[in-house]
Design a protein around this ligand. Structure first.
Ligand code: CA
Length: 532
C-alpha cells in the first residue's frame, strides 16, 4: 500500500485531504485526492473516515438515517437504504434511486433571466460558405446513400488522398460519410425521417463547403433524390453550372461502368471537380458569433460535474454572450433536470418543445422495456457516479446559465444562434453525429474516465476532468480542468482557456490531439425505425 501511495503522491500536488461539496444543502461531498483517502483520515471541518473512499466517490458528512435524502447539487440523488454513519463511503448499493420527475406541472419559461452583457471583439479565421455558414476546416465529404458502397468509396478515398489531395494543398482532408443505413430498412416508417434528415444535413455541414457529391449503388431504398431533394443543396456562384447539372451522383450500377476500376475512376474524376473549387477558398476573419459548438460528455466520473462541465458551462455563457450558437444534448442525461431546463426556456413554446422531446424519449425507452437509468456505465459507477440522477445533475451544467432559446428534434438543422437544446441520445457517437447534422463546426467533449473520441468532420476538443487523467493521457487531452479540483485554477480560468483555445482551433492555428493522431470515430445514425 505504501508503495502505491508514495508513487501516487510523487505525481500528485494534493497531499492534505480535500473534499468537494457542490451546494450548501449537500450532506455528502466527494473525495478529490488522487488514489482516494484511507479510513481514519480526519476531514477538515468534517468527520473521520470510517471506510476507504476512492477518488471521486462520496462520503457522508453527517449521520444519514434509513430513508434519508442524500443531497448533492442541492437535490436528492437517492435515499439511504440503511442507516449510513458520518464518515462512511456512500456508494450506489446504499442508495435507492428517485423516480423520474413527471412531465406535468413543470415551470414553463418562469426564470426570466436578466440579459447577459454582450462579449465583443473576438474573431476567428474561417471559411465563409455560400449559405452564410462558416467552416472551421475545408474538407471534401463524399456522401453515400447506402452501406453497400462503403468499400468502393473507401478504396477511392485512399487513392484521392494519395494522388489528388497533394495537388490541392488548401483542402484539409477527404472524408467518406460511411453509415449503416440506406437499405434493408422500413424507409416509410414515421421515424425513418430521423436517419434520412441526419444524413442530408451532415452532407451540408459547414466544414464541407457546399460541395456535395454522392456515391449511390442504384437499387437501394434511399435513392439520391430522396436523400437530397432538389433545392436542398445551396448552389454557390462558382457552381452556377451545377444547378442545371443537378445532383452530382456516381451510381455504381450505371451500365457505363465496366469493372471495379471504372467505378473508382468515376469517383476520382468527380472528386477532382470539387477539390478544385474547395482549393480556391481562403480563410477570412469572421466574428466569434459564427461558431456553432456542440458540447457533450463521455466516460463521465464524479469530477465531470465539478470541474470540466462547469468550465464548459462558463465557456457556453461566453459563447452565447459573443453571439455564437451552442448546442447541448444527451436526453437521458438531462431528463432528471427537466424542471431546471423548462424554467430556463425563453418562451412557454420552447419549454413545451423540450417536454415533447423528453416524452418521446420516455416512450422510446419504454418500448425497449427500460428507462433512463439504463444510461449509466460500470465506469461511471467506478468513477463515483451512483446513478443517472447524480450523472444528470453534473451533465446539465455544461449548458451554463443562458436562457434556452431553441429546441431541435434529432437530425434537424440548427436555425438560431444562442443556446439550443438539441435532443439526441447520450451515446457519444450518435450525439456527435446528430450535432454534426445540426451544423456544428466545433465539438467540445469532457471526459473523466478517459476516451480517445474524435470525428473526421470537425475538430473535437477534449477536456479532462482530473489532473491524473490529463497527466496519463497527456497526448490525448487538450484541456485539463482537473486544475480546478487541485485548487490551481478557477472555473472561470479554465472556461476562458477553453474559449481562447476554441478560437485558435477554429482558425486552424491549433490542432486538437484527436486531429493530430487522426482519431476518427464512425458516424452512427440514430434510427428508431424498424429494419427489415
Ligand atoms: Ca455522451
Amino acid at each position: 500500500m505504501s508503495e502505491t501511495l508514495a508513487s501516487r503522491t510523487a505525481v500528485a500536488p494534493l497531499t492534505s485531504p480535500l473534499t468537494i461539496r457542490m451546494h450548501a444543502d449537500d450532506n455528502v461531498a466527494i473525495v478529490a485526492n488522487d488514489g482516494g483517502l484511507p479510513p481514519g483520515t480526519a476531514l477538515p471541518g468534517g468527520p473521520v473516515l470510517r471506510d476507504k473512499v476512492p477518488q471521486g466517490h462520496k462520503v457522508a458528512l453527517v449521520d444519514l438515517p434509513e430513508g434519508a435524502s442524500v443531497l448533492r447539487y442541492g437535490v436528492p440523488i437517492g435515499y439511504a437504504l440503511q442507516p449510513i454513519p458520518a464518515g462512511s463511503w456512500v456508494h450506489e448499493r446504499l442508495l435507492k434511486m428517485p423516480e423520474a420527475r413527471g412531465l406535468d406541472d413543470l415551470p414553463m419559461a418562469t426564470r426570466g433571466a436578466a440579459p447577459m452583457a454582450p462579449l465583443e471583439g473576438f474573431t476567428f479565421e474561417g471559411y465563409r460558405n455560400a449559405d452564410g455558414s462558416v467552416g472551421t476546416r475545408n474538407i471534401l465529404a463524399i456522401t453515400q446513400t447506402v452501406q453497400c458502397v462503403a468499400g468502393v468509396t473507401d478504396f477511392a478515398v485512399q487513392r484521392i488522398k494519395a494522388e489528388l489531395l497533394p495537388r490541392y494543398p488548401n483542402v484539409d482532408d477527404v472524408v467518406a460519410l460511411e453509415h449503416g443505413y440506406g437499405c434493408g430498412v422500413a424507409i416509410d416508417a414515421p421515424d425513418a425521417v430521423i436517419p434520412i434528415r441526419t444524413l442530408r444535413h451532415i452532407s451540408q455541414n459547414p466544414n464541407f463547403g457546399g460541395e456535395v457529391m454522392v456515391v449511390s449503388l442504384g437499387c437501394e431504398k434511399l435513392q439520391p433524390e430522396r436523400l437530397l431533394p432538389p433545392g436542398s443543396i445551396p448552389i454557390s456562384d462558382t457552381r452556377a453550372d451545377a444547378e442545371t447539372e443537378g445532383l452530382d451522383v456516381v451510381c455504381l450500377q450505371d451500365e457505363a461502368h465496366v469493372g471495379f476500376m471504372s467505378m473508382v475512376e468515376s469517383i476520382l474524376r468527380q472528386a477532382e471537380q470539387h477539390l478544385k473549387r474547395l482549393n480556391a477558398r481562403r480563410r477570412e476573419t469572421v466574428p466569434a458569433s459564427e461558431l456553432v459548438v456542440g458540447v457533450q460528455c463521455g466516460g463521465s466520473d464524479a469530477f465531470s460535474g465539478v470541474t470540466a462541465n462547469p468550465a464548459v458551462g462558463f465557456c457556453t455563457d461566453l459563447l452565447v454572450r459573443a453571439g455564437a450558437s451552442v448546442m447541448f444534448s444527451e436526453t437521458t442525461e438531462v431528463r432528471d433536470g427537466i424542471a431546471q431546463l423548462t424554467a430556463r426556456a425563453t418562451t412557454p413554446e420552447v419549454a413545451q418543445a423540450m417536454v415533447r422531446e423528453m416524452a418521446w424519449y420516455d416512450d422510446y425507452l419504454k418500448r425497449g422495456s427500460v428507462d433512463r437509468s439504463a444510461n449509466t456505465t460500470p465506469g461511471n459507477k467506478k468513477g463515483g457516479l451512483s446513478n443517472i440522477v447524480e450523472k444528470a445533475m453534473g451533465s446539465i451544467v455544461k449548458s451554463g446559465s443562458a436562457p434556452i432559446g431553441n429546441v431541435l428534434s434529432p437530425g434537424e438543422k440548427l436555425r438560431n444562434k444562442g443556446l439550443t437544446y438539441a435532443a439526441t441520445p447520450a451515446s457519444d457517437f450518435i450525439c456527435g453525429t446528430l450535432q454534426l447534422a445540426a451544423g456544428m463546426n466545433l465539438h467540445v467533449f469532457t471526459t473523466g474516465r478517459g476516451t480517445p473520441y474524435g470525428l473526421a468532420a470537425v475538430p473535437v476538443i477534449k477536456v479532462a476532468t482530473r489532473s491524473d487523467l490529463a497527466r496519463r493521457w497527456h497526448d490525448l487531452m487538450d484541456i485539463n480542468a482537473g486544475t480546478i479540483a487541485d485548487g490551481q485554477a478557477s472555473i472561470e480560468d479554465v472556461g476562458w482557456e477553453l474559449f481562447r483555445f476554441m478560437l485558435d482551433v477554429a482558425s486552424g492555428r491549433q490542432k486538437t490531439w484527436a486531429e493530430r493522431w487522426k482519431l476518427h470515430n464512425q458516424l452512427v445514425l440514430f434510427n428508431p425505425a424498424p429494419v427489415t
